[in-house]
Every structure is written in structure tokens, then in C-alpha cells.
Write a protein that binds this ligand. Sequence first.
Ligand SMILES: CC(C)(COP(=O)(O)OP(=O)(O)OC[C@H]1O[C@@H](n2cnc3c(N)ncnc32)[C@H](O)[C@@H]1OP(=O)(O)O)[C@@H](O)C(=O)NCCC(=O)NCCS
Length: 181
Amino acid sequence: MSGTPLAVRALRDDDGVALTSFLSGLSPTSTRFWHGATSAADAAADWIEAIGRYDKLRLVAHHPDRPAEFAGVVDLSFSLPVEAELSRYAGYGITLDENRTVRFGPCVADAWQGRGLAAHLLPPAWDAARLFGRDCVVLFGGVHADNHRARRFYQRHGFTEVGAFSNTDGDCIDMMRHLVR
Ligand SMILES: CC(C)(COP(=O)(O)OP(=O)(O)OC[C@H]1O[C@@H](n2cnc3c(N)ncnc32)[C@H](O)[C@@H]1OP(=O)(O)O)[C@@H](O)C(=O)NCCC(=O)NCCS
């Protein structure tokens, strides 16, 4: 990552403008793979609204001196909706333990992609998961089948593909990995 010492911290309730700017700055391709048709302002407002209220923990990465310029974000969710991951994985013959599983999704600003930033976000994400007693990681909503960069990234970092499904976003792949406790 060229030695840039990025800070990684939890999203705060005063981060709305920075998060909107990060999301609205994503290229159409990144947007399609990330928050899709939801507007940047609405997606950011949802994340801010959820702080401390729901099952979510969002991490952001930025230069220590530029806290309002996000280079990347991580979405962690500590609940498993029955109609989503739980039932999809059951369909693959995998029983997810709701108390030990976390849903995970990273997004890196286009200017930072291909520089190893997402790998830099993994240790703090796994530390946060372990703090909540989670040692099984599944992709939040899977990964688009044509998101080959992300699929390669996940494979390089210990995820395996466990099944495929289709929804309004198109064809998607479910991937999971376990963490050493
Ligand atoms: C997938 C993602 C998280 C990977 O993060 P990253 O920090 O770019 O990861 P890496 O630096 O390890 O690069 C991953 C691969 O993508 C390639 N890559 C990254 N950005 C690229 C770009 N803009 N154009 C072409 N290739 C690119 C890298 O060369 C690397 O290729 P390799 O697997 O052959 O080595 C990031 O690309 C991203 O946020 N994409 C948009 C949102 C997204 O898809 N999130 C995942 C949703 S499931």
C-alpha cells in the first residue's frame, strides 16, 4: 500500500458528509457492485442512522490528517436474516451458527483500488468480528458473479465459493471463510 499509514476506525455520526462524498465518488462499476441503485446520500444516511442502533458496525479508512476523505469502508453485520444468508447457505447444506457468523463487505475508493488497501482492512475487520465472538465470515449479499476482481481478492484471502444464486442484482456467488480464534 505504498507505506501510507491509513487510520481505520468505526464510522461516527458526524461522518455523513464524508460518507456521502465517498459513495458519490465511486465509479459506475464500483457502485453497481456496492450500493447499486440507492442514492449515495440515502445510503450514507442509512449507515449513520444505524450507528449504535442495529446489528451493524461500519469501519472507515482514511489518512490520519484527512478524516473526511475515506479511502475505503467495511460493512459488518452481526445478524443473519432468515430469508437471506441463512436460507441460502442452508440450501448449500451449510448450517450457519447465528452466534458465530458475521456478514462482511468491503469497498475501496476507485483511486485506491489495486493498491492492497482491502487487504489492509481485513485485520481490523477480523479483530472486530472476534470481539463479538464471531469466527465465521460470509459475504454480505454474496458477490456479483462478474465481479472477478473481488472474487480473486476473496479467494486470495481465504474465502471459498460455496454456492450461487440469482436475485434482482443478477447472478451472485456466496463465499465464506473461518477465522482462527
Ligand atoms: C474488490 C475490492 C474490495 C478489492 O480491493 P483492492 O484494495 O482493490 O484489492 P487489491 O489491491 O488486492 O486488488 C484486487 C485485484 O483487482 C485488481 N484491480 C483493482 N482495481 C482495479 C481497477 N480499477 N482496474 C483493474 N484491476 C483492478 C488488482 O490488480 C488485483 O488483481 P489480481 O487479483 O489479479 O491481483 C475493490 O476493488 C472494491 O472495493 N471494488 C468495488 C466494490 C466491490 O466490488 N466491493 C466488493 C463487493 S462484494
